[in-house]
Design a protein around this ligand. Structure first.
Ligand code: B12
Ligand code: SF4
Ligand code: SF4
Length: 453
């Protein structure tokens, strides 16, 4: 039996700045043979440089151990993940429940899904736009779109080849085009894959952002990028948790890291990032629906992010009031996290801020038709809900707003039988607005009768 420490992984994490330009898209490539193990230092340096050139803020390497021989975190994940799925916490996200012919959950271990996998290169991109929080005071009637979906980019030719300060219309630039982190990160990872193969020879590999059979946060932790917060997010001590993750799974047996002395360039070299949550429970306390059922355990059935993005059909009624004004995703358990207070702002040109998506007016969203939705959200993470899902969420947020001015819009939706889910959500919202105004009337004292004077 080998000691756990034999399986510790290459944990040099490079703190890097994103490049100034949008790079070319990578081409999918997959080789079947495995190469000899490259020089240890060379690999770490090469991966960090390629990640930096591709536009990532952090990168690191984790090993994929033999079953039963890995570090406790990976071994523990397989059991926890199975339990999580069996208890129903994966809700209706069927892709998380996929099994192989031996009935093993594909995502429980990389050795199950991709038996050739030996290491995972984990990269992270900063998406902290540094704007308002959903919990800050906002203008009346505004909804909330999660900041991960605020991203966009500007085409070089739209800048006219000039810096903004030299443009006549610099004060009113064109709105950014939508970008989706899945596409942005995947293109970067594929460029890295190609470059790695150019320098190391052919090896089998796959890049994933979200969609692969990989628990990305678990490998990110193993690669030294941060620790698992009680909100289940990967938190980096310097960068906070507003980080997108992407992975390259490789057949290379990348060597475990040796002890080395930190210098200004390398972050946290010799050990996994320690758990810095301490006795804090802000995320658990702040979650409006109680979805963080215990530290590091999220029940997706209760999570507003799941309910507003992934859930098809109606949202369970008892949870609607707690959804508040969230119309796409939820940022609350990260907003309250002290490690995000000083998180650096993103300067990533492909994940730039689309200002119009911060605190959008519910009326504006409610007016969207298919064409308007396509124009605003094609190639954006928001396309996932489709127009129907977004309007369902807007109806609920209107119901939670306490603003009777939304009644005509809601009545129109409630009477339209072409979308029963929206009609039902609107009916609920009407009831909630009426209840709220009746409660106000009851609390307001009767005007004194004229005879009294
Ligand atoms: C399914 C999914 C969801 C689901 C379920 C989330 C969840 N917490 O499981 C829903 C739709 C709710 C969701 C929401 C969000 N998601 Co999501 N999601 C995923 C996805 C596709 C799979 C996650 C998964 O396998 N969950 C199953 C659970 C069991 O696994 P896990 O959370 O990864 O593993 C945890 C447990 O093992 C636990 N754990 C670890 N050690 C220990 C020890 C003990 C003792 C215990 C009990 C538990 C425990 O912590 C692990 C790490 O979090 C990943 C991408 C990927 N392929 O990994 C993105 C991902 C996790 N999501 C991401 C994001 C950005 C979000 C949102 C912020 C989006 C938003 N603003 O609305 C929210 C955050 C909600 C939250 N607090 O997690 C990022 C997270 C980045 C980060 N810094 O952590 C990821 C990695 C996508 C990406 N490529 O960047 N998501
Ligand atoms: S994303 Fe929102 S609903 Fe989900 S766990 Fe965090 S605070 Fe709770
Ligand atoms: S809010 Fe507190 S407990 Fe939650 S993840 Fe942040 S530091 Fe950890």
């Amino acid at each position: 039996m080998r000691a756990l420490s034999d399986f510790t992984v290459t944990r040099k994490v490079k703190m890097i700045e994103p490049p100034a330009r949008r790079g070319q898209r990578g081409i999918e490539s997959m080789e079947t043979s495995r190469t000899a193990v490259p020089q240890r230092e060379g690999v770490e340096e090469t991966v960090a440089r390629l990640a930096r050139e591709a536009g990532f803020s952090l990168s690191g390497i984790a090993a994929v151990p033999e079953p039963g021989e890995g570090p406790a975190a990976l071994e523990g994940f397989a059991a926890r993940f199975s339990e999580w799925v069996e208890e129903g916490c994966a809700a209706e996200m069927e892709y998380l429940k996929r099994r192989d012919e031996e009935n093993r959950l594909l995502r429980s271990s990389l050795r199950v899904a991709l038996p050739w996998a030996r290491s995972v290169i984990v990269c992270a991109a900063n998406y902290n736009a540094g704007r308002a929080k959903s919990m800050d005071p906002s203008s009346e009637g505004s909804g909330w779109i999660s900041r991960y979906a605020w991203t966009g980019y500007r085409k070089e030719e739209e800048r006219g080849g000039l810096p903004d300060s030299h443009r006549m219309d610099a004060a009113a630039p064109e709105p950014l085009r939508p970008s989706d982190y899945h596409t942005v990160l995947l293109a970067r990872l594929k460029r890295m894959e190609i470059a790695l193969k150019e320098s190391m020879g052919p090896f089998e590999s796959r890049s994933y952002v979200d969609t692969g059979p990989v628990a990305e946060r678990v490998y990110a932790r193993q690669a030294g990028l941060g620790w698992t917060g009680k909100n289940t997010c990967l938190i980096n001590q310097e960068m906070g948790s507003w980080l997108f993750l992407g992975v390259i799974v490789t057949a290379l047996e990348l060597p475990p890291s040796r002890a080395s002395i930190p210098n200004g360039d390398w972050f946290d070299q010799n050990h996994l990032a320690p758990d810095r949550c301490g006795s804090c429970t802000r995320c658990i306390d702040a979650c409006p629906t109680g979805a963080l059922v215990a530290p590091r355990q999220l029940d997706a059935r209760l999570c507003i992010s799941y309910l507003t993005i992934e859930k098809r059909g109606g949202i369970p009624e008892p949870l609607r009031a707690q959804i508040g004004r969230q119309v796409f995703g939820c940022d609350i358990c990260q907003e309250v996290c002290p490690w995000n207070r000083k998180a650096p702002r993103s300067t990533d040109p492909e994940l730039a801020l689309r200002e119009e998506l911060v605190n959008p007016a519910l009326e504006w969203l409610a007016e969207l038709d298919a064409e308007g939705f396509r124009r605003l959200f094609k190639y954006s993470p928001l396309s996932r809900t489709k127009l129907r899902g977004l309007l369902r969420n807007v109806a609920i947020a209107m119901g939670n707003s306490g603003l009777r001015r939304y009644l005509p819009r809601l009545e129109k939706w409630a009477a339209d039988d072409s979308d029963p889910v929206l009609a039902e959500a609107a009916q609920w919202a009407i009831g909630r607005l009426r209840e709220a105004s009746e409660a106000i009337t009851e609390l307001t004292p009767e005007p004194a009768s004229p005879q009294a004077y």
